[in-house]
Design a protein around this ligand. Structure first.
Ligand code: FES
Ligand SMILES: [Fe+2]
Length: 412
């Protein structure tokens, strides 16, 4: 297969399904995207509170180890021993002064330098490392890090742009709103989705599906296409997207107008015995009750009412991905607000009332496009041509921004 035969419309309003199923493309994503000159979402600064704190994560499918050095700096490395390639740290998080590989016990300091090798000189002058071996030349492969409002991004590229320039001023401002005071992590969830990672990037930018796929959203009003809202597109080729809407901004006739076309999505007669999960207490500097910011290629930052979390997209081969959810609140939350956030954590995640269907939708597309790699999608809702902001939720414009950015990064 020739990569340059990938079928797509000039304005990215149609993408050939081959892009979701090709091993050759997946290999190129490793070098051009996940090791390219761009910035990936890594973690929150607060997850590494003390010297010696570490977490493990993935950028693409490259294993990554992030730690705080004894003098307080954050550093990140490929989580792979330089001896024979073993995963160095296997825990999700912890606190240590060194990292020792389980296989032959090579030991690294928090700056990624190799500091210990058992039996380096062998036994009684026999065996061991060759005399020309220079221990100081061995280092873990380092990833550059940059932090905005406590959100940590990383790049394996040699020459990434400044993070602020990569994200653009509106994204930087929004991250400032979502993390406007000291945060604390409330918990994590992980979700395996049997579909290509780019299908999830489409899904999360697809404001049009929010009030159509998700019955809970539409029925109880957390996100309806009849509400005020839209999408803001940022970055040089519009690869970052902010979808937003505000609870309670539609009326009965607007709802009926759109939803009368479909019988199953919005059920006016359905009621919740306990509606506390819908409660929205205004708290952040922005006006909206729902904000989903997606940063190219792997970050999602979410406010749904008072449920705050980040999502990290982790490809696991062509056919599979993991979604890693980090839920947070603020250090000064009242006990009632902390409880409310825990309650609203049920909205999202693998079994979430407004997100469980996303994994299923990704899988339905992935499975059924496998057999037809020459066919292509239609990304036409919201208009063709120039890729720009939308003042309506009935749009797929952000998907075209994703694809414009993707093909540029892939140099295809
Ligand atoms: S592979 Fe890590 S010490 Fe041998
Ligand atoms: Fe969704």
């Amino acid at each position: 297969m020739q990569l340059d035969t990938l079928k797509r419309a000039k304005d990215f309003s149609s993408i050939g399904y081959k892009v979701f199923h090709s091993e050759e493309i997946y290999d190129r994503e490793r070098s051009h995207i996940f090791s390219g000159n761009l910035w990936n979402y890594v973690c929150l600064d607060v997850e590494l509170a003390e010297p010696g704190s570490f977490i493990t994560t993935y950028i693409g499918d490259i294993p990554v180890l992030v730690n705080r050095t004894m003098d307080g700096q954050l550093k990140a490395f490929e989580n792979r021993c330089q001896h024979r390639g073993t995963k160095l740290r296997r825990e999700a998080r912890g606190k240590e002064t060194t990292h020792t590989c389980v296989y032959h016990q090579w030991c690294y300091n928090l700056d990624g330098g190799l500091v210990g090798i058992p039996f380096a000189r062998g036994k009684d002058g026999k065996g061991g490392l060759p005399p020309e071996f220079d221990r100081s030349s061995i280092k873990l492969r380092e990833m550059k890090l940059a932090t905005i409002h406590g959100v940590v991004f990383g790049s394996f590229g040699d020459d990434p742009p400044k993070l602020e320039d990569y994200l653009g001023p509106r994204v930087v401002e929004l991250i400032g709103n979502l993390f406007y005071k000291p945060v604390k992590v409330l918990g994590y969830q992980r979700q395996r989705i049997l579909g290509n990672w780019k299908l999830y990037n489409e899904n999360v930018r697809d404001t049009n599906h929010g009030g159509l796929l998700h019955m809970f959203h539409a029925t109880f009003g957390l996100a309806r296409l009849s509400q005020e809202g839209g999408a803001r597109l940022d970055g040089a080729t519009r690869g970052h997207n902010t979808s937003y809407t505000t609870y309670g901004t539609d009326n009965e006739s607007q709802r009926k107008d759109g939803y009368s076309q479909t019988k199953k999505v919005m059920q006016e007669t359905f009621k919740l015995a306990d509606p506390s999960i819908l409660h929205f207490e205004r708290e952040l500097p922005g006006e909206e009750s729902l904000v989903i910011l997606s940063t190219f290629p792997n970050g999602v930052f979410q406010q749904i009412s008072n449920s705050l979390c980040t999502r990290q997209i982790r490809p696991r081969g062509v056919d599979e991905m993991e979604l890693y959810w980090t839920y947070y609140g603020f250090v000064d939350d009242t006990p009632e607000m902390a409880e409310h956030r825990r309650n609203q954590a049920n909205l999202v995640g693998p079994g979430g009332l407004v997100s469980m269907e996303d994994g299923e939708a990704v899988q339905l597309v992935h499975e059924e496009t496998k057999a037809s790699p020459e066919a292509a999608s239609r990304i036409i809702i919201g208009g063709l041509g120039e890729i720009k902001d939308s003042e309506s939720l009935v749009t797929e414009m952000p998907l075209r921004g994703f694809w414009a950015t993707y093909f540029k990064a892939m140099d295809l």
